[in-house]
Structures are given as structure tokens and as C-alpha cells.
Design a protein around this ligand. Structure first.
Ligand code: E4P
Length: 217
């Protein structure tokens, strides 16, 4: 399973990159705003800064919600850097735009997906990635992981090439469960990645090894 980090914070992206396990980055307009990145030029520059830190795909979301606007904006984003993936909302014009970009071999990520039906449409439109939001489903007492399992089952039935990018991951158990189900990618905050490091027996074991080493040296 590929690991993407879900942030626009350059420091955290660098930290995950330095760990050596990062495969890409997802951003969204809320994450950009959280970092204080505003204004079209600054936002575009920020995407390039992110691409210069990581080796993998970087999702950049369109703001337009109409077909022509999404095509214009998506093309502008794709032209920024070869690592950019155009992130499109799961709406009618977003699916049309997805088909347009996939025909042009421009990579896409269909976002704000909350049902298996939406995921089927994204795959049929040729999306590179589909982003089901598991944490937001859990927030409304609906099993987000079950959606990942449903999509995995459907995509495998028809050998769809679209990669399941489990999004809105909130913690380490989401990461582990996504891996068990067979999500292709997960995107989450730095803590969901670094949390995987932790086990008290590792810390106790290491302390004991060092203590014993000191006794003999
Ligand atoms: C996905 O690409 C989104 O940026 C993200 O995962 C949303 O997560 P949230 O529900 O934690 O905001």
C-alpha cells in the first residue's frame, strides 16, 4: 500500500519524506487555507514547492465546479509539474472532466467519494485515483472501512485500473485496516504514519539491550 500524506504543511511533508516511506501528497483547499496559503499565485507556487520535496504524485484540487472551469484550471495545474494529479470533485461535471483528462492521459483523483456507486462512476470515467473519505463516514456513524471493502470487491470484479486512495484517514488503525482490505493507497496526517512506529515492547526491549551492552563495556 502506498503512503500519501494529507497536508499542505511543508515541514510535515519533509519529515515524512525523510522517513523514507512517503509515496505522495494529497491536499485540498481547506488544508491550503490552514497553512495560510491564499491567492492563486501563492497556491500554485506552493504546489510546486511540495513537488520539489516528494518524489511521487501530488494531488492539486480544482476550485471550479463547472466543466469548462475545471478543464481550464485542471490543465493549468497539470502544466505546473509532472507530479501533479488533478483532483476533481465527485459531481456530474467532475466526472465529465475526469473523462476528458483521462483521454488526454492526465492523471486524476476523484474526491469526496462516499458511496460505491460514485466509485464505479469514477472508475468508468478513467480516474487514476478514487478517494473515499473513511473518517468523515465514521463521523456520521457509517462504517468507512466497509466502503473501502465494497469498492475493492467491485474494482476486482472488473479489473478496473483506478487505484483506491483511502482518504480522510484519522489514525493508525485506519491505516492497518486499509492495508488488510487491500486499498492501493492511504492518505492521512503525519501522526497516522508515525504512530505505526510505536510499541511499548520495542522501547522496553531497546532499553534493556542498551543496559546490558553497558554492563559488558
Ligand atoms: C483527501 O484527499 C482529503 O484531503 C482528506 O483526506 C480529507 O480528510 P479529513 O476528513 O480529515 O478532512
Amino acid at each position: 500500500m502506498k503512503f500519501f500524506i494529507d497536508t499542505a504543511n511543508l515541514g510535515q511533508i519533509q519529515e515524512a519524506q525523510d522517513l523514507g516511506v512517503l509515496d505522495g501528497v494529497t491536499t485540498n483547499p481547506s488544508l491550503m487555507a490552514k497553512e495560510g496559503i491564499t491567492g492563486r499565485d501563492n497556491i500554485l507556487k506552493h504546489y510546486v514547492d511540495i513537488c520539489n520535496i516528494v518524489d511521487g504524485d501530488v494531488s492539486a484540487e480544482v476550485i471550479a465546479t463547472d466543466y469548462d472551469g475545471m478543464i481550464k484550471e485542471g490543465q493549468e495545474l497539470a502544466d505546473l509539474h509532472e507530479q501533479i494529479v488533478v483532483k476533481l470533485p465527485m459531481i456530474k461535471d467532475g466526472i465529465k472532466a475526469c473523462k476528458y483528462f483521462s483521454d488526454k492521459e492526465i492523471r486524476t483523483n476523484v474526491t469526496l467519494v462516499f458511496s460505491a456507486g460514485q466509485a464505479i462512476l469514477a472508475a468508468k470515467a478513467g480516474a487514476t485515483y478514487v478517494s473515499p473519505f473513511i473518517g468523515r463516514l465514521d463521523d456520521i456513524s457509517t462504517d468507512g472501512l466497509n466502503l473501502i471493502a465494497e469498492i475493492r470487491h467491485i474494482y476486482d470484479n472488473y479489473a478496473f485500473n483506478t487505484q483506491i486512495l483511502a482518504a480522510s484517514v484519522r489514525h493508525t488503525m485506519h491505516v492497518i485496516d486499509c492495508a488488510k482490505i487491500g486499498a492501493d493507497v492511504m492518505t492521512g496526517p503525519l501522526k497516522s504514519i508515525e504512530g505505526l512506529l510505536k510499541h511499548p515492547l520495542t522501547d522496553i526491549g531497546l532499553a534493556k539491550f542498551l543496559e546490558d551492552y553497558k554492563k559488558g563495556n
